[in-house]
Design a protein around this ligand. Structure first.
Ligand code: C2E
Ligand code: MG
Ligand code: MG
Ligand code: MG
Length: 284
């Protein structure tokens, strides 16, 4: 510590740190208000069954629009919500909203909700999910819970027990951002995952980039061997989707298929008019 102080430039470093810490605590206060002021919303991004070309479900994604900051990216505010435990009320709100919304659709499409480590390890997490399912009347088979590998390492025994209980209740468990964490393979064996979601960094130009192609192929092989469905996220081009179809990938999600948007924008898929489904039939 003393050594660091004697070095030149520390002041700049400290000033930057100070500004960063101040902004984080400001953002934490604003996030607290955001919950009360209803500044948080959920957007939904469709998932495509690659073989049939039908949309089979949606991933719910949080959006925060602050009155002066404007829209704040989840990658920025979710970590702050996690550090302050604000993720608990926020996460419960998202889960409740997503389930209530999905229960109102006339098509029984699935809904995937992201769950952070703090939530997964919180007291009575499973009980709360079960309560939400009961209250909203959503069939547990339509709910998917997306967790990243980092969510498992804090307390693997507790995480395993929570995931086993959810699975027993009929909920599907998705490993999100697969390939970016560590010890991925043993996690696939030790935890009751139903779905592997390949991180979008491996999708970029997977049709032309041999390294990405090899990684995607091997994850598909892994999914096949372990009887897990594989979802590719971040699919942006028709060539990437063609590649996935050739390689036998089950599901795809990405800007090509649909941007995250208000659920009203996808009313043609969630219920009502059948004809509009054609719009998303990218296969064949
Ligand atoms: P994620 O769960 O891996 O979500 C996928 C992210 O990829 C989303 O970013 C989505 O908008 C983006 N994406 C989808 N398709 C494409 C594409 O074709 N190209 C590109 N470049 N990006 C695409 P978003 O919405 O900014 O969310 C970022 C992360 O924040 C999520 O990553 C998730 O980890 C977290 N997050 C979002 N909503 C929630 C939530 O309700 N609860 C928790 N705990 N975390 C959330
Ligand atoms: Mg996700
Ligand atoms: Mg992901
Ligand atoms: Mg992510």
């Amino acid at each position: 510590q003393a050594k660091l102080r004697n070095r030149g430039g520390h002041r700049f470093f400290e000033a930057r740190m100070g500004a960063d810490v101040r902004d984080r605590s400001l953002m934490e206060r604003q996030l607290r208000d955001a919950v009360r002021n209803r500044e948080l919303t959920l957007v939904y991004q469709p998932q495509l069954d690659v073989g049939s070309g039908n949309v089979t479900g949606f991933e719910a994604l949080l959006r925060w629009t602050h009155p002066t900051r404007g829209s704040v990216a989840p990658d920025l505010f979710i970590p702050i919500a996690e550090e302050s435990d604000l993720i608990l009320p926020i996460g419960e709100w998202s889960m409740e909203q997503a389930c209530r919304n999905a229960a109102s659709w006339t098509c029984p499409l699935s809904v995937a909700v992201n769950v952070s480590a703090v939530q997964l390890h919180s007291a009575d997490f499973v009980g709360r999910v079960e309560r939400i399912l009961a209250e909203t009347g959503l069939d547990p088979k339509r709910l998917e819970i997306e967790i990243t590998e980092t969510a498992l390492i804090r307390d693997p025994v507790r995480a395993l027990s929570a995931l086993q209980q959810l699975k027993a209740a009929g909920v599907s468990i998705v490993m999100d951002d697969f390939g970016t964490g560590y010890s991925s393979l043993s996690n696939l064996r030790s935890f009751p995952f139903d779905v592997i979601k390949i991180d979008r960094s491996f999708m970029s130009a997977a049709d032309r980039n041999e390294q990405n192609a090899a990684i995607v192929r091997s994850v598909l092989g892994l999914g096949k061997g372990l009887a897990m469905r594989v979802v590719a996220e971040g699919v942006e081009t028709a060539e990437e989707l063609d590649f996935l179809r050739r390689e036998g990938c089950h599901s795809a999600q990405g800007y090509l298929i649909g941007r995250p948007a208000a659920i009203e924008d996808y009313a043609d898929l969630t219920g009502a008019a059948d004809g509009a489904k054609e719009r998303f039939s990218l296969a064949s």
